[in-house]
Design a protein around this ligand. Structure first.
Ligand code: HEM
Length: 229
């Protein structure tokens, strides 16, 4: 919880460099303390799981991701160090949990507040899947309306509204603008995805608005990938 609260905080030194010259800011000091606490929490988990690997009920119990990483550590100890395992645990915890659960919560809330969209999604699922089995990931190709619901949720409520800060490692030119090495780039994804100049009635949940756009986005993404090489 503290990590999530922290990641949303503003570091004044990023905006007013004078604060960088007078030593660590309050936020940076908190970061050092937080990192220490976080590392200890994850290391304690690793130690606990390492201990239970030697106990008799190890074979019978469900394996966690960390159990798997500890098995890999036995096979390749020089690569799968505790530090690497802590890093992977951190990525799963910080990047993979709150983002997914928050997006699911927003999707459910949007569906409940827009009953006509539930009816359309149900009709699509009944038509393509029926009622005798659950949806598989491979079914998504045949469920454009459901894809529209997910994408529209991500548009309206992106789990990372202000993308993590990026920094250019080299001088470069992006879209005709010269970007010197070491420039911090802050992207307000929420503002782009809810910009009334781009989206008609951006505050309205309209899964169908993305249906026709999918092919266009794929082509655009391809163009960006080629261009950025
Ligand atoms: C709804 C779910 C998710 C959303 C909305 C989301 C969103 C994002 C965003 C916006 C970024 C930053 C992209 C950038 O600016 O470069 C990012 C990066 C990342 N995400 Fe997710 N994410 C989700 C789920 C996950 C899951 C489930 C995992 C792992 C299990 C994950 C792992 C990562 C990692 C490792 C990065 C950093 C990649 C890098 O180093 O460039 N994310 N995600």
């Amino acid at each position: 919880m503290e990590t999530f609260e922290f990641s949303g905080s503003t570091n004044i030194g990023d905006f007013l460099p004078i604060f960088k010259w007078v030593g660590l800011s309050g936020l940076e000091k908190r970061l050092v303390i937080l990192q220490g606490k976080r590392d200890k929490f994850m290391q304690d988990l690793i130690e606990e799981l390492r201990r239970t690997r030697d106990s008799s009920d190890f074979e019978g119990r469900t394996k966690t991701m960390t159990d798997v990483l500890l098995s890999l550590q036995e096979a390749e100890p020089e690569y799968y160090t505790d530090e690497i395992i802590r890093g992977m645990m951190l990525v799963m915890l910080s990047a993979g949990t709150d983002t997914s659960s928050g997006t699911m919560e927003w999707a459910m809330s949007l569906l409940l507040n827009n009953p006509e969209t539930i009816a359309k999604a149900q009709a699509e699922i009944d038509k393509h899947i029926g009622q005798s089995r659950l949806i598989e990931e491979s079914d998504f190709a045949n469920l454009p309306y459901l894809r529209g619901i997910i994408n529209e949720t991500l548009r309206m409520y992106p789990a990372g509204p202000l993308l993590p800060a990026h920094e250019s490692s080299e001088d470069c030119t992006v879209g005709g603008i010269r970007v010197p090495r070491g420039t911090m780039l802050l992207v307000n994804a929420w503002a782009i995805q809810n910009d009334p100049k781009i989206w008609a009635e951006p505050m309205k949940f309209k899964p169908e608005r993305l249906l026709g756009l999918e092919e266009q986005i794929k082509r655009w993404h391809y163009a960006v990938t080629i261009w950025s090489r």
